[in-house]
Design a protein around this ligand. Structure first.
Ligand code: SF4
Length: 334
């Protein structure tokens, strides 16, 4: 048997698709269609036979790109396609590829092209929802649903290089991920938290190159000698390797929490305009979440708006530093 998994949405969603991929791999070979940004995350993954890059916004944009990709997939002669991303375009892709069995959620835009529709269980974690796409009738997960990534030698070497000059004083690493592409998801008190934690922990700021100004604010507050600024320095898979070496991660509701889940790093996720009940919270064996309870406007958006529509942004501003500091200690010393 051979299966195709289509996941071209956000990087975090791709990480959360790995339990589905792993379960399908127990029954056959699994190829994955994903974005250029997502493809490197699946390097070394033992459950993935082949990663097929679909650059739907650039090189493969438009009907010509869709047709070319469909022809590539047709050669794979897949027994079934699993639609972890639910657009009409993705559904059309696998139809054009001649795949007879197409499985996806009953809420997806492309569902009218599916041959089997699976209930989108709003009350479950998204990793479990995705896993159910590949489940047999009545089948339940054997244990906890946990995403997995597999950093390799190249990732270990790049993290070794990053940490080469960090003093070996025994201070545990505490990772902070202050960024998010959605402005209202960015907790504004990371610098204050770093200042409190820096006397005991070596603070590692993770994120993309766009997060460098946030890392600079953290360094200014906590003292640059206590900070390792990893923003823009590592690939996503190498960031997972770095997180695997950290005692814990404090993060907004964004991709780093899923990287940490995939390598088992204890995680505290700070929720503002979104809530864990959406199904995208941390899954590391030890994890916690924090958010302002009793705020009538919260949650206000499935992702988080760029700016607070009410102007006060209390969902993040009121998330108190002392409370978060206590939650970090509780996570680190259960
Ligand atoms: S409306 Fe409420 S939940 Fe939404 S961003 Fe503003 S404070 Fe946060």
């Amino acid at each position: 048997m051979s299966f195709l998994v289509v996941q071209t949405s956000f990087l975090g969603d791709l990480v959360l698709t790995t339990p589905l991929i792993a379960s399908l791999a127990e029954r056959g070979a699994v190829d994955v269609v994903t974005t250029p940004a997502g493809a490197p995350l699946l390097a070394n993954h033992p459950a993935v036979r082949r990663v097929i890059v679909y650059d739907k916004r650039r090189a493969d944009a438009g009907f010509g790109g869709l047709w070319r990709m469909a022809r590539t997939l047709r050669a794979g002669r897949y027994d079934a396609a699993y639609m972890a991303q639910g657009s009409v375009r993705s559904a059309a892709l696998v139809v054009l590829a001649g795949i007879r069995e197409i499985v996806g959620f009953n809420t997806s835009a492309g569902r009218f092209l599916y041959t089997r529709r699976v209930r989108y269980a709003k009350d479950r974690h998204h990793a479990e929802r995705l896993w159910t796409l590949g489940a047999r009738a009545g089948e339940a997960p054997a244990g906890a649903i946990a995403p997995r990534l597999y950093p390799g030698e190249a990732e270990r070497a790049s993290v070794d290089r990053l940490l080469r000059d960090v003093p070996r004083d025994g201070a545990p690493y505490l990772a902070l991920a202050p960024g998010s592409i959605w402005g209202t998801k960015r907790w504004p008190h990371f610098p204050a938290l770093a200042k409190r934690m820096a006397p005991v922990y070596r603070i590692i700021v993770v994120g993309g190159a766009d997060d460098a100004p946030l890392a600079a604010e953290i360094a200014a507050a906590a003292g640059s000698e206590r900070i390792v600024d990893a923003t823009g320095e590592l690939t996503l898979l190498a960031s997972a390797e770095l997180l695997a070496r950290c005692a814990a991660l404090v993060t907004n509701d964004s991709a780093p929490q899923h990287l940490a889940s995939a390598v088992g790093t204890p995680t505290l996720t700070l929720f503002g305009p979104t809530v864990p009940a959406f199904g995208f919270g941390p899954l590391a064996p030890r994890h916690d979440t924090a958010g302002v309870e009793g705020l009538a406007c919260r949650p206000c958006d499935s992702h988080g708006p760029a700016v607070c529509p009410l102007g006060h942004w209390r969902c993040m501003r009121d998330l108190d530093v002392s409370h978060i500091e206590g939650a970090v200690h509780a996570l680190l010393h259960p």
